[in-house]
Design a protein around this ligand. Structure first.
Ligand code: IMP
Ligand code: MG
Length: 176
């Protein structure tokens, strides 16, 4: 399936699916009677988003932000570039940002501020993987988290190495 040498499977498929179901159940309970708008960050969060949505038992709509980060560069936006996509009106909506991973936190800070600007009724975030040491005072707190992982580079389940390996159904540490 892939030519990438894998050092270790960090989170196998069954653990991923089980945890994603738990989070979907939790969100469905906490937002019971409401309708939520998931805003997923392309491209990495797409697998997570789609599995999460399938398990939701309340009304869910979906929209996307397309962010890309320049690692190793600095810019006023914390190294994040946004490719514009249409977004529904967020005003008075219950918005949950869906992210694949928290690393430097620059993407989350950017997406958070961008959404907050449109005055949603509520704003929370849901992040599949939180790297050790990534949570800082300047970053919005993580509301729904899939897994805490060590500070290592991972691929699979939407996460890429040079745009490849997103299709792996598990989270793995590649031997690069
Ligand atoms: P940030 O550094 O928290 O802003 O994360 C930016 C983006 O970098 C994430 O949404 C991922 O797409 C990507 N990224 C961060 N860490 C990893 C990793 O370990 N593997 C693959 N992509 C990553
Ligand atoms: Mg990437």
């Amino acid at each position: 399936m892939t030519s990438l040498p894998i050092q270790e499977i960090l989170i196998p498929q069954d653990r991923l699916q089980k945890r994603v179901s738990e989070i979907a159940r939790q969100i469905s309970e906490e937002y019971a009677g409401k309708s939520v708008l998931f805003i997923a960050c392309l491209k990495g969060a797409v697998f997570f988003l789609s599995d999460l949505m399938k398990e939701m038992t309340i009304d869910v709509e979906v929209a996307f932000l397309y962010l890309s980060s320049y690692k190793g560069y600095t810019s006023p936006q914390g190294g994040v570039r946004q490719y514009m996509l249409p977004l529904p009106n967020l005003r008075d909506r219950h918005v949950i940002l869906i992210e694949d991973i928290l690393d430097t936190g620059n993407s989350l800070i950017y997406a958070w501020d961008y959404c907050r600007h449109f005055q949603p009724r509520s704003l929370q975030n849901c992040i599949l993987l939180v790297k050790e040491g990534s949570e800082r005072e300047e970053i919005p707190p993580v509301h729904y988290r899939g897994f805490d992982i060590p500070n290592v580079f991972v691929v699979g389940y939407g996460l890429d190495y040079q745009e490849k390996y997103r299709q792996l159904p598990y989270i793995a540490i590649p031997s690069l």
